[in-house]
Design a protein around this ligand. Structure first.
Ligand code: CP
Length: 329
């Protein structure tokens, strides 16, 4: 059989089978390609005068956020609304967990109202997966502690695809606070699964032990990591996840790890610069880069809506009978 025919048959037999999205780890390269292709097909809806399709009409989507968020929460809400779903936002201060109810009880109570999809952000790693064992609704992880942020990695991959046409063989430099970053972990898994080479640079206190297990090259300087890079991803310093200061000062961090036009001279001419947001301006990124021609930060945000539309659509379409913990067979 020729290669083209084999590929067509493979595509025909493929179906997305994930009821929930807890992390990039669970997704194969084929799943990722399928999500990105689905997201690309949804991208043009944002340019229509009426930005709405009926795909999820009558479905209920709950945003359950126990940590602050601007981009992710708004993006999931816009994505759900663009697909005509009914959406509800619950945050930590308005949730009954603030009155002592357990997270599992809160989520079971929400399940009793028959939502179809629950989007969860929490400061503790593993919460979305834990809740997924107790509810019928699909769960999408919107960031859990320093574990994973799958929709961010998918929108990062979509932005790279859009700009470079492929991911395979690219050199991607990831700079900054890797220890506390769920984005870094999801990006490591996703980009390497799609064939990219990743170089990292960070202060020693921001490098988790065993980071090499993700198949990334650890560089001793930003200049080494950025050398000949196609993509530079800078990470936010996650001050809210640190008990003690792990760097002498923001000024010093900016001097050695901040991305500016000078350091980018070592990268490829057509390098693109990304950041998951929110940006600490003048710390991780100099304004000349953040607002310059290489920055695709706002493209990432725009692609975030398309990626989240794709996830909502696919987990809903990938529905199968699900056994819930504690339920009789
Ligand atoms: N990138 C990201 O997760 O941003 P928010 O914290 O604003 O959702």
């Amino acid at each position: 059989m020729n290669a083209g025919k084999e590929e067509t048959l493979k595509q025909k037999s493929y179906s997305f089978s994930h009821h929930s999205i807890f992390g990039i780890e669970q997704l194969s390269a084929e799943d990722i390609r399928h999500i990105l292709a689905t997201a690309a097909s949804f991208r043009e809806i944002a340019a229509r005068p009426v930005k709405k399709v009926p795909t999820l009409r009558g479905k209920t989507v709950i945003n359950l956020f126990f940590e602050p968020s601007t981009r992710t929460r708004t993006s999931f809400e816009i994505a759900a609304k663009r697909m005509s779903a009914d959406t509800f936002n619950i945050n930590a201060s308005t949730s009954s967990t603030s009155k002592g109810e357990t997270l599992i009880d809160t989520t079971r109570n929400l399940q009793a109202m028959a939502p179809d999809i629950i989007i969860v952000r929490h400061s503790a790693a593993g919460v979305p997966e834990l809740l997924g064992r107790h509810v019928r609704a699909s769960i999408i992880n919107a960031g859990d502690g320093a574990h994973e942020h799958p929709s961010q990695a998918l929108l990062d991959m979509m932005t790279v695809m859009e700009n470079k046409g492929h991911i395979d063989g690219l050199k991607i430099a990831i700079i900054g606070d890797i220890s506390h970053s769920r984005v870094a972990i999801s990006d490591f898994i996703g980009f390497t699964r799609m064939g990219a080479k990743i170089s990292v640079a960070a202060p020693q206190t921001y490098l988790p032990t065993g980071v090499e297990q993700f198949g990334v090259d650890v560089c001793s300087s930003v200049a080494d990591a950025v050398k000949d890079a196609d993509v530079v991803i800078t990470l936010r310093i996650q001050l809210e996840r640190q008990n003690d200061s792990l760097i002498p000062s923001l000024r010093e961090y900016s001097r050695f790890y901040g991305i500016n036009s000078e350091i980018l001279k070592g990268a490829k001419d057509d390098v693109i610069v990304m950041h998951p947001g929110p940006v600490n301006r003048g710390v991780e990124l100099n304004p000349d880069v953040a607002d310059g021609r290489r920055s695709v930060i706002l493209d990432q945000v725009a692609n975030g809506v398309a990626v989240r539309m794709a996830l909502l659509y696919l987990v809903h379409g990938g529905k199968r009978k699900k056994k819930v913990q504690g339920e009789q067979p």
